[in-house]
Unconditional design. Structure first.
Length: 109
């Protein structure tokens, strides 16, 4: 499996989860007002403890029980994607099966 592709797909997935949490916040957070790339620390997104819990609950739907300190131990989307690629590669492979398959077909001679 291509680790770089898995990392890229995971970062995209995690950005979507964070955006979902932004939209569900009261009042909704505007991602245009916050820097939003894979290396920006979560605290700079304006993520509070309520949003951390919301993000964790959403991630647990796909990955099962996760450490409650996950977003405090992994400071940005890149770090968090590395965590999932290391600890949950099988689940990620299932989530991204179609895209990983397409990539492997393209790379075949």
């Amino acid at each position: 499996m291509d680790r770089d592709l898995l990392q890229e797909l995971t970062e995209g997935y995690l950005r979507g989860v964070v955006l979902e949490a932004f939209e569900a916040a009261e009042p909704p957070l505007d991602p245009a007002e916050h820097p939003f790339d894979s290396f920006t620390p979560f605290r700079e997104f304006g993520i509070d403890s309520f949003l951390v819990l919301k993000i964790l609950r959403r991630l647990e739907r796909d990955f099962g029980v996760l450490p409650k300190t996950l977003l405090f131990e992994n400071f940005n989307i890149c770090d968090l994607a590395n965590y999932f690629a290391d600890k949950h590669a099988q689940t990620l492979s299932q989530l991204f099966a179609d895209r990983l398959q397409e990539a492997s077909e393209v790379s075949l001679p």
